[in-house]
Structure formats: C-alpha cells, structure tokens
Design a protein around this ligand. Sequence first.
Ligand code: 13P
Length: 249
Amino acid sequence: MSVKTIVAGNWKMHKTAADTAAFLDAFLPKTGSLPESIEIVVAPPFVSIPTASVRLRDTRVHLGAQTMHWELEGAFTGEISAPMLREFGVSHVIVGHSERRAYCNETDRTVHLKVRTALEQGLTPIVAVGETLEERNAGETDRRVIEQTRAALDGVRADQLFRLVIAYEPIWAIGTGRNCDPHEADRVMATIRGCRDGLGDTPILYGGSMTADNVAAYMQQRNVNGGLVGGASLDPDGFAALIANAVSS
Ligand code: 13P
C-alpha cells in the first residue's frame, strides 16, 4: 500500500464566511484538473465551516477544522466538539498546532486527548509537531519531535495509526519565508516515522513556508507525503498551483 498524499490548507484566523465562499467559488472549478491522487483539505475558521460545508458537498475537497475540544460536550465556554464538527461534514482536524501550543495552552497531554477523541469520533487528526529555533540550535530537534509524537499517539492502537496524519512543522519555518531544507525535513520526518512502530503507512506532511515553488523539492523526499500549508493556501490560484506541483516524482 502506498502512503496517501495530502495537501491541507490551514487558513488560521483568515477569511470570513463571505471570503470563504469567494475562495471556494474560485478554487473548486480548478480542482478538476488537479492530480486525483492528492487528497485536498481546507481548514477554515469555525464560523466559516457552515459556508464551506455547503460549497464542498459532493466535491473532492475535504473539510478540516483547526482544533477541537476532547470532550464531546460540557461546560467548556468557547469550545467546539467533534460531534459539532461532524454535523457539518468535517473530516479532518488539526491538533497541536504550534500556535495553539504557544498561545492557547495546548500541551502534549491535551494533544493526546484530542487525538484519541478525534479517532473515536471518526475524524482524521492532523497532529502537528515541531521544534523551536532554540531547540534546533541546541541540537534538541529529534528529542522534541519524538517526545511530541509519542505523547500524542500514546495508547493509539496500531490499527488506528493509518487513520491519522502527522505534520512536521518546524516552528521557525512557519510564516517566515525561511523553509526548512527539504533533505533536513526528510531526515526529521524519518525520525518521526521511526519513533513508534506502525507509522509506515501514516502520511507525514511538511509545514512551514511551503509554496508552489518549493513543494516539488519536498515531494521528492522519501518521507514527505504532502504539506500543511498556511499563507500559500489563502489564494485560490496559488493554492491550486501548489497542489498541481505536489505530484510525487
Ligand atoms: P505557513 O505556510 O504560512 O508558513 O504556515 C504553516 C503552518 O503553520 C500550517 O499549519
């Protein structure tokens, strides 16, 4: 079995519902000519999900969320649960993005709880791991990503591993225009793949200043199965160009 190729757009706190509709109206007609082998995901802000949900029905583009709570319901003001997402056809959820780890108290423990809930609820978690610049400079990259990956996947059964996605996002490469060297990204991704049994068929995505111009260099690497794209996913033409260039060689 070959590992699935996925390109996911993480829109972060960009695009109102109206912006989302405009993006999809421009983007969807382009998807017919994009490589069929690539699974395409867009993850808008929560309040734009209903609009995206209507537009994406009966299309090849999957709907993602940027986070969720690990409980199914309860007194968690401001939070959103897996059943609420599923009601709108959400199939993927980003878990443990570094911005949520840095600004919203996401920890290895909460990432783990969210991964478990997502899998139990039939959502595909996209688990983000990555090191800070300080950790990289201190030679701590491998230790950090192994620690994050093992914590996130603790207790996840071997038969569930192919249903999740891991994204290696070096924090210093996010939104900086300073993308990680593709060979070095591949090396770290091989470390991630090897840090637990059963990750051979788990898609591992690269994230961090990925563009239509550099995506091919990543896709040529053995351990790269696609991208988690921020800034370059916000423009319909640019995102379509990136996906077109992401065919594995
Ligand atoms: P950029 O592509 O803007 O660097 O963001 C990457 C990212 O954080 C995707 O989750």
